[in-house]
Design a protein around this ligand. Structure first.
Ligand code: ADP
Length: 159
């Protein structure tokens, strides 16, 4: 069975990667889908986010990275995927995730969302907090893959 792991991934963190690795063992195929929301401001372009994701998942044969502009359910219908994977870090994630899961199910009856609880060590980790810490020259080693750490530092050089 295949499943889709949608998100912004600006950029991918070790928390995202942990979810991807755990799912890749349970499903035949995982599509990591970078959702392009032009109204949001991002540090990395969609292409850059895809390249980083491809790089850090290159050892996982059943993981594919793609991007999509539009409603997740439209991608799912076009590509015959019915399962959505999302990560839950804390209670604060719950309200938004429940809203999204119910809306996606309303828009596409066959869509079901599976939640994985974040590991303790990543439960406070988000792309935003990593970018914020890095912008003040804080240490982000171990929070993101090495390649991502270098990419963030490169971005911030120009700021
Ligand atoms: P979105 O804008 O769709 O929330 P994100 O890239 O922030 O995109 O997150 C994608 C998914 O990964 C969400 O389900 C989010 O809860 C989950 N996620 C983010 N960070 C972590 C983490 N540290 N551990 C586990 N899941 C996470």
């Amino acid at each position: 069975m295949k499943a889709i792991y949608p998100g912004t991934f600006d950029p991918v963190t070790n928390g995202h990667l942990d979810i991807i690795e755990r799912c890749s063992k349970k499903f035949d195929k995982i599509i990591v889908l970078v959702l392009n929301n032009p109204s949001k401001k991002h540090m990395f372009s969609v292409e850059e986010r895809i390249n980083l994701l491809k790089d850090v998942t290159s050892n996982l044969e059943n993981v594919h990275v793609e991007s999509f502009t539009g409603l997740l359910v439209d991608y799912m219908k076009q590509n015959h995927v019915e399962l959505i994977i999302r990560g839950l870090r804390a209670v604060t994630d719950f309200e938004y995730e429940m809203q999204m899961a119910l809306m996606n199910n309303r828009l596409y009856d066959d869509a079901e969302t599976f939640f994985l609880i974040a590991r303790n060590k990543y439960s406070y980790l988000s792309s935003s907090i990593v970018k914020e810490v890095a912008s003040f020259h804080g240490n982000i080693t171990g929070l993101v893959p090495e390649k991502v750490e270098m990419a963030i530092k490169d971005k911030l050089k120009g700021v």
